[in-house]
Design a protein around this ligand. Structure first.
Ligand code: ADP
Ligand code: MG
Length: 612
């Protein structure tokens, strides 16, 4: 005689929603039932390994699925722990988890309830009623003294439980499919869904007696037992990429979260290859059941080139995509993974510098994007940057940390100069003072670098300072005859300002020039001169510049300046022409000369004067 039970009110409420919802992703019920089966097998494996007696201890651990097109049935069985009578009542009739009630309330108030969340709240089993008009659960607990039981329900009101004879260990769930769900009695359809969500479950899954999940969950296996080829095979499977990856990180952690992760850096940066913006291809699993393919929230945007798998037991199954963005759990996971990956890159740069160089060439833009956009990891990312430098061989790159190691003790800041090439950096008037003082200067050639430096601001307590704005002076070693005194220089500066009028801001004597007579500076400008030039080369829009005037600094030791000071009294018109030419020369050197052709007429005048 079957005993009748009434569903707990909340369960009935849930079932009403599940049964009547017009949910499109119905297929997820397979994931839920298969994951329950895998859980039950996991528990059995654990029980067995703990040495407890187990009913039918010889029967293999597996999941079997059968489709029946004639009767429109789908049967999912496992040889896991099974359920006793009281477990059936408890697990499939009442809500155990406190979160489930909150979920219910939400579902009940929503216009289009998102039933796919169901697994997240410990009620995944009931998703079976999305596709089935009747569900029966035959279960036989692993406990040797137990009996077999059949639980049946049509989802309305209650369920019945009766004893059955000859049940095998584990659970067999039979779904009598509704008319609109007959697709799930077709083998190919079921296979498709299982491949999508469950292909890395570590127990065999047989569909109509054929094994279908041949892919092992490689990330959850022991590193030492995995062959190089297996890693590569997994990469080409998930990455859809025949080439070898640049880097691979396989790690597991227990605290603060339980994580197993296998991450790959593809050999090529697809974004520079002219492809569309990459999207993270790291899948999120919970105990080898796929929770979210390409889970965006797992990593910050700037790590979107990663491919692989992350598995965390701490995640609720079936966490929804919208929900993933803001759960604190996801944020924690994101932080742990990102920190770990940055540390990995830092390690690689030491252990495999050549590989790191290759990586940097492909992906440095992503790291820089991270510095600009990701405050949390900014400082750690600073360690990963590499630049050419004045003291290092051409084409070799140095880290900020190594730069600091080479700094003389009196040097306070880290200096950098943005220039399209090393040659142009070395001939820059801003560079002179550094040569004279024997200070190293980083040569930045990526137009992004200046923004990056602005955001990073400091590294290991040292300020990152553009060479143009460096507050450095140098005692000019080559004393020129007739070098102008401070006062004379001041007077000349005043005369220059008068002659050049609106074309310059301030004019003043400089203590940082060695070989150049003048230099333009733009202390308070957002974009330095070099940045401006770089943007122009990239044909970027740059802010209109007509209002802006450069300051002009003069080198009171330079022979041109000394001579200019003499002739400004004797030959005013020539002196003015020279002054104008000096300003243009400085602009050319700084790369801010819009159209150098304008100055050619004047230059020819000056030549005529010289050849007189
Ligand atoms: P959850 O899996 O989150 O606990 P479900 O609604 O999916 O929520 O399942 C409820 C409970 O029913 C499970 O916790 C488990 O105890 C039991 N259960 C479901 N399916 C099986 C199964 N195949 N074998 C053993 N127990 C099961
Ligand atoms: Mg479940």
């Amino acid at each position: 005689m079957a005993e009748k039970h009434v569903f707990q009110a909340e369960i009935q409420q849930l079932l009403n929603i599940v049964i009547h919802s017009l949910y499109t992703d119905k297929e997820i019920f397979i994931r839920e039932l298969v994951s329950n089966a895998a859980d039950a097998l996991e528990k059995l494996r654990f029980t067995q390994s703990a040495g407890h007696p187990v009913f039918e201890s010889e029967s293999p651990l597996k999941i079997s699925i059968e489709t029946d097109e004639k009767e429109h049935r789908l049967v999912i069985s496992d040889s896991g722990v099974g359920m006793t009578h009281s477990e059936l009542v408890e697990n499939l009739g009442t809500i155990a988890h406190s979160g489930s009630k909150a979920f219910l309330q939400r579902l009940a108030t929503e216009q289009k309830p998102d039933v796919s969340l169901i697994g997240q709240f410990g009620v995944g089993f009931y998703s079976a009623f999305m596709v089935a008009s009747k569900v029966s659960v035959d279960s036989r607990s692993y406990l040797p003294e137990e009996k077999g039981w059949r639980w049946t329900s049509d989802g309305s009101g209650g369920y019945e439980i009766e004893e059955i004879e000859g049940a095998a260990r584990g659970t067999k769930i039979t779904l009598h499919l509704k008319e609109d769900s007959h697709e799930f009695n077709e083998s190919w359809r079921v296979e498709e869904v299982i491949k999508r969500y469950s292909s890395f479950i570590s127990f065999p899954i047989e569909l109509n007696a054929t094994l279908i999940n041949t892919k092992q969950a490689i990330w959850s296996r022991n590193k030492n037992e995995i062959k190089e080829e297996e890693y590569d095979e997994f990469y080409s499977y998930i990455g859809h990429d025949k080439e070898k990856p640049l880097f691979r990180l396989h790690f597991s952690a227990d605290a603060p979260l339980s994580i197993q992760a296998l991450l790959y850096v593809p050999g090529k940066n697809m974004e520079v290859m002219g492809m569309a913006r990459s999207e993270s291809e790291v899948n999120l699993y919970c105990r080898r059941v796929l929770i979210a393919p390409k889970a965006k929230a797992l990593f910050p945007e700037w790590l979107r080139f990663l491919k692989g798998a992350v598995d965390s037991e701490d995640l609720p199954l079936n966490i929804s995509r919208e929900n993933m963005q803001d759960t604190t759990l996801m944020q924690k996971l994101n932080k742990v993974l990102t920190t770990r990956f940055i540390k990995f890159l830092d390690d690689q740069s030491e252990k495999h510098p050549e590989d790191y160089t290759k990586f940097y060439k492909e992906y440095s833009r992503f790291l820089k994007e991270g510095i600009v956009t990701d405050y949390t990891h900014r400082d750690a990312l600073g360690k990963l940057l590499r630049f050419e430098s004045s003291t290092q061989p051409k084409d070799e790159q140095t880290s900020l940390a190594d730069y600091i190691k080479r700094m003389p003790s009196e040097q306070k800041d880290i200096y950098f100069l943005l220039a399209p090439s090393r040659a142009s950096a070395e001939s820059s008037p801003y560079y002179e003072v550094f040569v004279a003082r024997k200070y190293e200067v980083l040569f930045l050639s990526d137009p992004w670098d200046e923004f990056v430096m602005e955001h990073l601001r400091t590294f290991e307590g040292k300020t990152l300072q553009p060479a143009e704005k460096a507050d450095l002076t140098v005692e000019n070693p080559q004393k020129t005859d007739g070098e102008l005194s401070q006062d004379e220089a001041k007077e000349l500066a005043a005369w220059l300002k008068e002659s050049l009028g609106d074309r310059v801001g301030e004019v003043r004597a400089s203590e940082r020039l060695v070989g150049s007579p003048v230099v333009v500076v733009d202390k308070d400008k957002m974009l330095t001169a070099s940045m401006r030039q770089m943007l122009k080369r990239m044909k970027q829009d740059i802010p209109e510049d007509t209002e802006f005037k450069h300051d002009l600094e003069i080198n009171r030791s330079h022979s041109v300046i000394v001579r200019l000071n003499t002739i400004r009294n004797s030959n005013g018109p020539l002196a003015t022409k020279v002054a104008e030419q000096l300003l243009d020369n400085a602009k050319v050197a700084a790369g801010v000369m819009e159209d150098p052709r304008i100055m050619l007429a004047r230059l020819n005048d000056l030549l005529a004067e010289v050849l007189k």
